[in-house]
Design a protein around this ligand. Structure first.
Ligand code: FAD
Length: 578
């Protein structure tokens, strides 16, 4: 919307519940748009508008000054925005009939009511704490706010070279693993799923897993924590009901759930994803109450299903949009989030946006997939690093549905570019032409995003047929597999039953390739395989497939799969012994 409607003349009273990402954003925007309003911001903790996303890095001493976590204080916010900020005050109930709330000052115990014209709910989410035996034992923490952070930080200081067990290998789990490792702790990660970072597809997660292990982290995948015990040696984390891991500190990071207590009490509608239901203007089922952030659910723009999103960017933007809608009466629709996220996992950066291939498969959405490796910038300029880009896209139209990027440098700008193409309904054809700023220290004349687009276009237009890591195990003796790398590379490791015809020899050795069989070619990362498949396809070979992501991606994913099998066999043996 370009033309801002006029601000209503009479002064109105706005109440906001929750004063961090969504709430503080809404409050500041309300003031900027409505100078005359009475605005009261309630926050049950001591702190407002702080950097939750920085908390793991403060624990790990990367952020050294605690003060830096606080973007605003109650006093500075009041001074700047003329907002009545009430910290340590919990809103206990909402009465939609009288348009009032009841709040309790958590220090004095005083309880009182306040009326409102419009109310904004931004209570966030709460960490999941399953009712496992021993979960209340000292040393077991969740991380959500500043108090949790201070508690964890002072606790871990008692164990400078101690043992940390992180339960859950999501974004916060990996950040905590890195930060506790950085403090000199011995870190183990326990994850119930068969991979880290659930939004990623397995082969991309496999790269992260290998990297984490290379840093000395013990990674227990497909492993459940069934309880905690305290014995003479200390705190024991019980795995799968049998094994135990000794821990000085345990961080539970197995997920969060929307805080809907007030919404439920107020009789607001809750959706299928268990978040507060809002319309496109972020208005709840009560027209005088808006809601934003982790507590709400909203339609995913790609699937159309209602989902929760636990990310700071959407919460902040929703805060601004909802304030606009309150002041200007529902003129600014929210378009939803495609879950664009990024995390630092030791030396790797991992970015994801849109849907994963496994998610599309689970939703029965037809899709194609391509994986490419490219340098973060021109190879001839020092310091270029490989990054891996995976795209998922619709057959026929090429509509881009999701992307994942794993690498060390330049991942952030690529994932952001890809996210904006998806958000704008763009296709892989748009990627082939995406215009980027180029000089050798920053990119190549063909950016990794262009390369990813070219490859996807080749797949879509059947100029190259792809096969994938998961397909390799089903290739048998009847399939003709050609390793087009050099003899040296081939000798160092190859896919079973592959014969070696280096790319540069292929034209002269076409007679060795059977015309009547399906041909599977591969190289290290997919590029030479693509060129080989073009030579074969233009020499009368009809069914030629190139391994997407190449030997390197297959090897990594396969190693991770074999490791998982070995571990489950080892477990089985132990069980049989018992
Ligand atoms: P919050 O920011 O959590 O604010 C909710 C506030 O409401 C809380 O302060 C709570 O005390 C208050 N409240 C609740 N109920 C009441 C009540 N009844 N009365 C008064 N006050 C109440 N996201 C990213 O995108 N990138 C990251 O790198 C990232 N890192 C994170 C790291 C950590 C450790 C954590 C915990 C989260 C991280 N997030 C990250 C998620 C991001 O912080 C949240 O998505 C975002 O803060 C949600 O905003 P919100 O306003 O909905 O809730």
């Amino acid at each position: 919307m370009n033309d801002a409607p006029a601000v209503p003349a009479c002064s109105r009273k706005y109440i906001i519940i929750g004063a961090v990402a969504g709430g503080a954003s809404a409050a500041a925007r309300l003031r900027r748009m409505d100078e005359k309003a009475i605005i009261i911001l309630f926050e049950k903790s001591d702190y407002i508008s702080y950097a939750n996303c920085g908390l793991p890095y403060y624990i790990g001493d990367i952020i050294k000054e605690r003060q830096k976590l606080f973007v605003q204080t109650a006093a500075s916010f009041t001074k700047r925005f003329a907002i009545d900020v009430r910290v340590c005050t919990e809103v206990k109930s909402i009465d939609t009939d009288t348009k009032s709330i009841t709040a309790t000052n958590l220090i004095t115990g005083e309880t009182y009511t306040e009326t409102y014209d419009k109310l904004v709910l931004s209570p966030g989410a709460e960490p999941v704490r399953p009712p496992l035996e021993g979960i209340g034992l000292p040393g077991i923490f969740t991380l959500r706010n500043v108090v949790d952070t201070d508690t964890i930080k002072s606790y871990v200081q008692k164990f400078p070279a101690g043992k940390a067990v992180i339960i859950g290998a999501g974004f916060i789990g990996l950040e905590m693993a890195e930060n506790l490792h950085q403090l000199g702790m011995q870190v183990s990660i326990i994850e119930m799923g068969n991979q880290v970072l659930a939004p990623l597809d397995f082969s991309m997660a496999a790269i992260v897993q290998q990297h984490i292990r290379s840093k000395g982290i013990s990674l227990y995948l497909s492993t459940s924590v069934t309880g905690f015990e305290k014995d003479k040696n200390g705190l024991q984390v019980i795995l799968n009901g049998s094994e135990a891991l000794l821990a000085d500190v345990v961080i539970l990071s197995i997920g969060v759930k929307p805080d809907t207590r007030l919404a439920i009490q107020a009789g607001l509608k809750i959706g299928k994803a268990k978040g507060i239901l809002v319309n496109q203007f972020l208005q709840t089922s009560d027209p005088h109450i808006y809601a934003v952030g982790d507590a709400i659910e909203f339609e995913n723009p790609i699937t159309g299903t209602s989902v929760t999103t636990f990310l700071a960017g959407p919460a902040n933007k929703q805060g601004r949009i909802c304030a606009n809608n309150i002041v200007f009466e529902n003129k600014y629709p929210y378009n939803g989030s495609i879950g664009t996220a990024i995390v630092k996992a030791f030396d790797l950066t991992v970015g994801t946006t849109g849907l994963s291939a496994k998610n599309l498969k689970a939703n029965g959405i037809d899709h194609l997939l391509s994986t490419t490796y490219s340098g973060s910038h021109a190879a001839y300029y020092p310091g270029s690093e490989q990054m891996n880009i995976q795209l998922v896209f619709a057959p026929v139209t090429g509509l881009l549905l999701g992307a994942q990027v794993v690498g060390t440098k330049g991942v952030d700008k690529r994932i952001d570019l890809l996210a904006s193409v998806i958000k704008n309904g763009g296709s892989i054809f748009d990627l082939t032409e995406i215009e980027h700023a180029y000089a050798p220290p920053f990119s190549s004349a063909k950016d990794p995003v262009n390369i990813a687009g070219f490859t996807a276009e080749n797949i879509l237009l059947k100029r190259m047929n792809a096969f994938y890591c998961d397909d390799v195990s089903s290739l048998g003796k009847n399939n003709f597999i050609i390793d087009v790398r050099t003899e040296k590379e081939y000798k160092e490791g190859r896919i079973n039953n592959a014969i070696n015809i280096p790319l540069d020899d292929l034209r002269g050795r076409l007679k060795e390739v059977p015309i009547d069989r399906d041909i599977y070619v591969y190289c290290m990362i997919g590029l030479r395989g693509y060129m080989a498949s073009r030579i074969l396809m233009q020499n009368g070979f009809e069914k030629v497939y190139n391994l997407s992501g190449g030997y390197q991606l297959w090897f990594t994913a396969n190693e991770e799969k074999e490791l998982a099998i070995l571990k489950s066999e080892a477990k089985l043996e132990r069980v049989l012994e018992i």
